[in-house]
Design a protein around this ligand. Sequence first.
Ligand code: SF4
Length: 507
Amino acid sequence: MTTIRQEDFIQSIQNALQYISYYHPIDFVHAMHEAYKKEQSPAARDAIAQILVNSRMCAEGKRPICQDTGIVTVFLDIGMDVSWASDMSVEDMVNEAVRRAYLDPDNPLRASIVADPAGKRSNTGDNTPAVIHMSTVAGDRVSITVAAKGGGSENKARFSILNPSDDVADWVVEQVPGMGAGWCPPGILGIGIGGTAEKAMLLAKQSLLAPVDMHELQSRGPANRAEELRLEIYARVNQLGIGAQGLGGLTTVLDVKVLDYPTHAASKPVAIVPNCAATRHIHFDLDGSGPVFPEPPSLDDWPKLHWDAGAQARRIDLDSLDSGAIRDWKPGETLLLSGHLLTGRDAVHKRIVDSLARGEALPEGLDFSNRFIYYVGPVDPIEGEAVGPAGPTTATRMDKFTDAMLDKTGLIGMIGKAERGAAAIDSIREHGAVYLIATGGAAYLVSQAVQAARVIAYPELGMEAVYEFEVRDMPVTVAVDVRGESIHQRGPQEWRQRIADIPIQTE
Ligand code: SF4
């Protein structure tokens, strides 16, 4: 019989959460580097370079890879010969570990969890509770996997119950274009097949916890149906040409994982859960000998890439812009922004648009005239930082507010990540506005451009408050111009065609 002490259990999960906030799994870094080396689309290659440079900076600086530090998901396999020296429940211990990890003053992580999800959606303040899955297994150890899953990629999960005769690969390949770029590709698709509805979802999530090993599978060949599916889906999804950040390119997925389980003769449940540029998970065992402190990886495992926005980038003074000055910006053009911009995301947009609909004035000092809004919820800063990691959030969620924002506030542009929907693009064109993107998953790199930050409205919303950022040379790409031309439509179309026309190696 092994005894697991309360403090050892809490401390180990706390350590794991801090570790995965700044260290990508090395297999993921290597796969991303391979994608970088073979990418032929300049925009996609640039985005992958930013993700890799950001990854190394985070490993060096021990700061979060992404501003979305995730919803904590913990898998516990508890040996039947384990006893606990604890006056807390296992759930309470996990949540205590989450609380301590996310409130760590040396590397505070963003509290992203809201209670009452269909109602008030109030932030719990410490990122609790975690989502916990427990099994009892043979043995005298506790086997723990800790993951921190970003909302952007979790939002793109898909599920269906197919007919038994339907083809799983066809269904997956059909789904991926509709997932857009909000899951920050290139990443990994987790596919769960079989069981029941909830079992298929869980299998998809669990499949993502295995190492990225597509290259090895390609070398050794498939040993079963699940591995055949991995190879087929990997090739067909990459042939879609979606590419990094949805900009068009050769690599949309670094790997595809499949787990299956027996199911009912009438059913074929299938789930997709994507993992993003901020893939974060770690596995370890507790054997009663004390807490686990994961071994830091060697920084030599990261490629030494140099990234800059390039000599071609146009420098923009945000403080002297008006709607005339943005008319000649072209989709795909790289800009370096300097000056002041405002931030705001889901909760702020709802409040502003509701206030405007009621004919109320915006809070004092909040004026969007001739300004840009950056869709971001930053991590709290530590000493020496103006702001913590502050990458873009998915713009598509703000689409339903865009027309009112452009029509009634004087806003001339937005900065986020991923594509805009048709109605938002129409509104952008009608108002002569623009939409710019920063690289999702490169949050620490992006935050280096922020020189100063202050909250100017809705402080009670925490990370969702409106900040004013003063930026210097913040790198962005024009995604939708004043004519409504979108790089997220043009890029994947072009690269899908190129992949079809040229015998480019996608495996
Ligand atoms: S990489 Fe993208 S999807 Fe993943 S957590 Fe960060 S912003 Fe969200």
